[in-house]
Ligand binder design. Structure first.
Ligand code: ADP
Ligand code: MG
Length: 240
């Protein structure tokens, strides 16, 4: 399922959080939104998800306009930085939640949760509570939960932001492999260049509610389109 963002603007009072933003995420792609804090990444992701309505512009999933559709209707899976697992529920029940809401029968739920825990390499952890898991394991449960009902798109907002450097590194590699397996169209928000470059094949650099540049990590480093991109990526300045 491709995602098209067309001329999106969003204001909060007199403050312009997004200013005429357009971009495409090809079906099955993994795109990173990279930029400093306050550049509008989360706002854009929330508009793509249906958690926020833009003032101008439209969002398409494939050929279908979804700008005013609810999150539920869009069938989106999310993971946020501060994992919101249900504390009183086991790993199994956390992952099963979206399936139970949809009225799946127990046997099907058991099978699907088994598949997902295999996918995120947490077989044998079914009975644990979130408090009995490491931060990295919790984020993998959050990802399994987000994927449970086979979402059309997967949206990740700084999903590894609260974890330490070593675990982040492992989870990045793991996410890239997972994406190769499931091919779900994915948008990853991060302020961490290394993370964006390692995980995504296309990176959108944002600044002040606008897109500065879209390209592969190689293109961004070789041909930064603006001083901002050059500074933000820390490109060597050959002119000196
Ligand atoms: P990022 O995720 O890149 O850090 P955000 O999209 O969260 O940026 O925010 C972009 C800007 O919009 C920030 O200056 C933020 O303070 C502002 N903003 C975001 N959401 C709201 C809101 N609900 N009300 C007012 N201002 C907001
Ligand atoms: Mg944010």
């Amino acid at each position: 399922m491709s995602i098209t963002v067309q001329n999106i603007s969003k204001r909060f009072g007199s403050f312009t959080a997004l200013d005429n933003v357009s971009l495409d995420v090809p079906s099955g792609g993994l795109l990173a939104l990279l930029g400093p804090s306050g550049s509008g990444k989360t706002t854009l992701l929330r508009i793509i998800a249906g958690l926020e309505v833009p003032d101008e512009g439209i969002i398409l999933y494939g050929d279908e306009e979804v700008t005013h559709r609810s999150v539920r209707e869009r069938n989106v899976g999310f993971v946020f930085q501060h994992y919101a697992l249900f504390r009183h529920m086991s790993v199994f029940e956390n992952v099963a939640f979206a399936l139970r809401v949809r009225g799946w029968k127990q046997e099907r739920v058991r099978q699907r949760v088994g598949e997902l825990l295999h996918l995120v390499r947490l077989e044998g952890y079914e009975k644990r509570r979130p408090s009995q898991l490491s931060g990295g394991q919790r984020q993998r449960v959050a990802l399994a939960r987000a994927l449970a009902a086979a979402p059309r798109v997967l949206l990740l907002d700084e999903p590894f932001g609260a974890l330490d450097a070593k675990v982040r590194q492992e989870l990045r590699q793991w996410l890239r492999l997972l994406h190769r397996q499931i091919h779900c169209t994915t948008v990853l928000v991060t302020h961490d260049q290394e993370e964006a470059f390692e995980v995504a094949d296309r990176v959108v650099v944002m600044n002040d509610g606008r897109i500065e540049q879209v390209g592969s990590p190689h293109e961004l480093l070789q041909q930064p389109a603006s001083d901002f991109v050059m500074d933000f990526l820390g490109c060597p300045d050959y002119s000196i």
